[in-house]
Ligand binder design. Structure first.
Ligand code: ADP
Length: 328
């Protein structure tokens, strides 16, 4: 850590400029342009979400940052270290928690962490094995074979493994895929703690509610190109679209003609569902129109646009077939 502390803290934990990646082809498959001209800045201390459908290029970006895939061109800095020219420092500034639960079954959690610390050259006196095991609530399993750990415990052990060299940037690749609700909550509270102590978190996820809830900034990539990178609240505002669900005193079987000027449809159980742009059509004017059409409003609920609407819009709706919400 000493080499990291002595340096002025960078504004951006990750800085990517004009990044391209073409995977070379072979006799069986053609070459593949996986990333095209990606510019991305991840502020230090942020909880940053990288979203995109399968095959968008998320893992390629992460693997380039971690030094596992060689970029074709462009500039990538981790903690202000250029990943190829200052490879050693760049690598020691980042910890990656992979998707796969790949752990040697005959290693104990303590051995996994000690071996990893050795790989990163962390001197014995500076190792934090017990502290990290306790943080991921694995102290009581410290000396059990990994094969006896549950899926959730293995996931936590992988997070612990990525933390042994105290990297200021932690990357989590789909960390809660297939993880049950309780464990997910535990994982998030631990990752939030890390963030509160200054670690920059980069997360890829399929679960949009997760990104919406946790990330303060979100980048969306599609077909290897950056579609947007914004503060989550700004992104959620971009759609300017809201749903108003109105129940009236008379059971409806079709949308009343007097309301046809609105973007409105009849929902199940005879409710009217309006989709309006709040900056152009105030809720009040919808209510006035319903009353003017001769109905009494007995209930009104609203639903803001969410990340799923934005994601579908920004990725051109070509991911509709994919389950991006509510799989669990
Ligand atoms: P994501 O993580 O968003 O699902 P990836 O980065 O894995 O996307 O993949 C981006 C594109 O690059 C995909 O079309 C994928 O098939 C291709 N790709 C990924 N890895 C390789 C590789 N080693 N060789 C060839 N093509 C690859």
């Amino acid at each position: 850590m000493s080499n990291l502390i002595s340096k002025t803290l960078p504004d951006y934990a990750i800085e990517i400029k004009g990044l391209n990646k073409i995977y070379a082809g072979n006799s069986l498959q053609p070459s593949k342009e996986a990333l095209t001209n990606i510019d991305l800045e991840i502020p230090r201390g942020s909880f940053f979400g990288l979203l995109g459908p399968n095959g968008a290029g998320k893992s390629t970006i992460i693997n380039i940052m971690a030094g596992l895939v060689i970029k074709s061109s462009g500039e990538v800095k981790v903690w202000d270290y250029e990943i190829e020219k200052e490879m050693r420092q760049a690598r020691s500034s980042i910890g990656v928690v992979p998707q796969e639960l790949n752990i040697d079954p005959f290693f104990t959690p303590r051995e996994v962490l000690e071996t990893q610390a050795g790989l990163y050259g962390v001197p014995k006196s500076e190792r934090r094995t017990d502290e990290i095991l306790s943080a991921v609530r694995l102290s009581d399993k410290a000396d059990s074979y990994a094969r006896s750990l549950s899926g959730g415990m293995r996931r936590r052990l992988l997070i612990a493994k990525a933390m042994v060299h105290s990297p200021p940037v932690l990357v989590l690749d789909e960390p809660t895929a297939g993880v049950d609700v309780e464990l997910r909550q535990q994982l998030w509270s631990y990752i939030r703690e890390l963030r509160d102590h200054g670690t920059t978190i980069l997360l890829t996820t399929h679960y949009l509610e997760e990104a919406e809830e946790l990330c303060d900034q979100i980048a969306i990539i599609n077909h290897g190109r950056l579609v947007t990178s914004q503060k989550t609240e700004d992104l959620l505002r971009t759609l300017d679209s809201k749903e108003l669900i109105v129940s009236v005193d008379t059971p409806l079987t079709k949308v009343p003609e007097k309301l046809a000027e609105f973007n409105v449809k009849l929902g199940k159980s005879g409710k009217l569902i309006f989709r309006v742009a709040p900056t152009k059509v105030p809720v009040e004017s919808v209510m006035d129109a319903v009353r003017a059409a001769g109905y009494k409003i007995i209930d009104l609920t609203t639903k803001e646009s969410d990340l799923e609407d934005i994601f579908l819009l920004m990725t051109g709706g070509d991911n509709k077939g994919e389950k991006i919400r509510g799989e669990r």
